[in-house]
Structure formats: C-alpha cells, structure tokens
Design a protein around this ligand. Structure first.
Ligand code: CA
Length: 240
C-alpha cells in the first residue's frame, strides 16, 4: 500500500509541484488548502504523513499542529513536515515546541521535500525495518521488547527481569516512549500525552519524572541508560 501524504498548502503552484514530485516517487497524495478541509480528510482517510504550510488562510499551521498533537485521535502522532516562508519561524520549529518533525523554508526544491519525507518516515519506521531484515528466528526485536515489560494495570515495569513500581506520570511517560522506540518526543509532546491539563503544568515536570525513572532503572542495571536526552529536542528510549 502506498504511503499517503496529506499536503495542507494554500498556494496552488507550490501544491502542484509537490504533488507531481511525490506521486512520481510513488506516494499517494491528497491536497487541501484549508485546515478545516484537512481535518475532515484526517478523520475520514488513513494518512501517513502531513506536509503543513505555516501560513494558511483559516488557521496557522503551528496551531493546527498543536491541535493534532494534543488530540486523542489516531493521527495525533503523525509525522509533520512544516513549510515556512519566514526564516524567523524556524527557531520555533527547531525547538520542536509545537511538535513538528522537520521544516523546509520556502522557496525549496520539490526534490528536497520528498527527500525529507523519506528520511522522516525511515527514522520513524526504523524498528519495524530491523525486524524485517533479521531472518534469524529469535531476532533482536523480540529480545529487546522483553527488556521492558510495562504492566500498566499494576503500575509497574519489569525491566531486565526485575519489577519496578512507577508513579502515574512515570508510567505514562514510559508508555509513550516505548510506543515509538528511538523516536524523539519533545517535552511538550510528552506533556500533552501524559497530563490531563498540559497548560497548567510546567515542562520541567517532565524532566523531574524522567530523572526519577532513570534512577529507578539504574538501580536495576547501572550499565545501561536506555532513556536518551536530545538537547533542545526531548527524550527517546532505546531498546538496544
Ligand atoms: Ca501559505
């Protein structure tokens, strides 16, 4: 099945070029010029990737991204590549405070876009790929998954065969990280996933819970530090 890319861009000329290149590269492409139209498509169809313009007529792309990330819908975690016309906006995107995966500044070459899309998809689907390429019956993936057994109903983690009890926040943070190994989550993404009212808390709270999680994991195995800090980006967990 083809990877389905949704382009949200109000300039027809840009959209046309992107559609052409992406379709040539084997993607299925849907183009919408308004956020409200994009929302309808996201609810109706299986979308794998969003290319999102920042300056849209009915809503700012950043606001739309935030809305997507904080929602409970299936598409909350979709990779998002921003298109921006203004260099000044880049800082916000680089900080990934709004939960984007990457950005491209206009004017750009359409080839550059398709290369970015592929890179992001590759990064996100890395664990699955590993599984496919390993032909040995007991492949690394299942062993890696066994390393972390999250027992959410018991609020505990079995890590390297040893049970650790977790607080509610630690449990939710860990579950979010483990759902997408190697993927980098910004603090605000983790907050949106974990806190009921993200706005009322501080992002540093994530750091505090990560710190206590690390300490608990270290007590079991001090040779290993599976939760990685990505400066300016956020956290990821490694199964290796
Ligand atoms: Ca625009």
């Amino acid at each position: 099945m083809k990877t389905h890319v949704l382009i949200v861009e109000d300039e027809a000329a840009i959209a046309d070029t992107l559609i052409y290149v992406l379709e040539t590269e084997g993607f299925q492409v849907t183009w919408k010029s308004l956020v409200k139209e994009a929302e309808i498509i996201l609810a109706q169809e299986k979308i794998d990737f969003i290319i999102l313009d920042v300056g849209l007529p009915d809503q700012n792309g950043f606001e739309f991204c935030k809305k997507i990330r904080s929602g409970k819908q299936d598409y909350a975690d979709l990779p998002i590549l921003f298109l921006t016309a203004r260099k000044e906006e880049v800082d916000r995107i680089i900080g990934l405070e709004i939960g984007g995966d990457d950005y491209v500044v206009k004017p750009f070459s359409p080839r550059e876009i398709s290369a970015r899309v592929k890179t992001i998809l590759k990064r996100i689907h890395q664990p699955e790929k590993t599984q496919v390429t390993h032909t040995a019956p007991a492949n690394g993936q299942s062993q890696q998954q066994d390393k972390f057994q999250l027992e959410e109903d018991k609020a505990r983690l079995v890590y390297c065969g040893q049970a650790i009890s977790l607080t509610r926040y630690e449990l939710k943070i860990l579950a979010s990280l483990l759902a997408y190994p190697e993927r980098i989550f910004s603090r605000s993404q983790l907050m949106d996933k974990v806190w009921d009212e993200p706005e009322s808390s501080f992002e540093r709270a994530v750091d505090t819970h990560i710190k206590s999680l690390r300490a608990k994991l270290r007590e079991v195995n001090n040779q290993d530090d599976p939760i990685k800090t990505h400066r300016g980006l956020g956290y990821s967990i490694s199964l290796k």
